[in-house]
Ligand binder design. Structure first.
Ligand code: SF4
Length: 233
């Protein structure tokens, strides 16, 4: 049986699973190529740096100390059945299972819904700009299918938008929020785009990146659509 490939690990976090003490495993491999990727070292498929069995032994040692294990990436669902097996073993230890996903694998998400308690899912742009941002023309449709797969579970989720002004306008953010709310999601997050390499290639300015966060009308209207909205500056 093939195993998951783990490229990174955060041993303690209070912000990656709502209200729970958690650890995060970063699995290698991602099928898309976001212009602002913050984990470029994780997107190529290859051997992970961490032995999954040693990590599992470490997770066992966290019983009673942590409440949740979050699978992130890259795109963890790329690992298919090996991921489900690993999640199942972690779940049997009594942990909640979280997933950070870009939504590219609705079939795999559907196969794992019983194993996962909460997801954070990216809604990266409107359909018009999705391919430009991700480099993949089917990424938008697959993300929408994943939203609908998860909505049907009625389990909690956070839908996130990183507001990179190259790909998302304030009007786009309204449109995305309306669509997410219409699909029945209660928790939304707006995340500031922070360039990782200050080499000016991104061509954005602090004012452009701040625009989403200082517009009171925008904030109030989006806040009114959800139970919670996190504005992450
Ligand atoms: S989905 Fe995440 S890991 Fe994959 S390219 Fe985009 S930002 Fe990077």
């Amino acid at each position: 049986m093939s195993d998951i490939q783990i490229g990174g690990l955060v041993s303690f976090t209070t912000i990656d699973y709502p209200g729970k003490l958690a650890a995060v495993l970063f699995l290698v491999g991602c099928p898309i190529r976001c212009a602002y990727c913050s984990n470029p070292h994780l997107i190529a498929v290859g051997p992970g740096e961490y032995d999954p069995e040693r990590v599992f032994e470490w997770i066992k040692s966290r019983v009673g100390k942590l409440e949740a294990i979050v699978f992130s990436g890259g795109e963890a669902l790329m690992h298919g059945p090996a991921l489900y097996d690993y999640m199942r073993r972690v779940r049997e230890l009594g942990f909640l299972i979280g997933l950070h996903t870009n939504g590219f694998y609705p079939e795999n998400l559907n196969a794992a819904t019983d194993l996962i308690d909460w997801i954070g899912i990216d809604y990266k742009a409107t359909q018009t700009n999705y391919e430009k941002l991700t480099g993949v023309n089917i990424a938008y449709d697959r993300m929408i299918k994943s939203l609908d797969v998860w909505a049907a579970t009625h389990k909690p989720a956070e839908v996130r938008v990183t507001v990179d002004p190259r790909f998302v306008s304030t009007d786009d953010l309204y449109d995305i929020a309306r669509d997410v709310a219409a699909r029945g999601f209660k928790n939304f997050a707006v995340q500031k785009y922070i360039p990782h390499f200050e080499d000016d290639a991104h061509g954005t300015t602090p004012a452009m990146r701040n625009a989403f966060f200082i517009d009171e009308n925008l904030r109030n209207e989006i806040n009114s659509m959800f139970e919670t909205v996190a504005w992450r500056e």
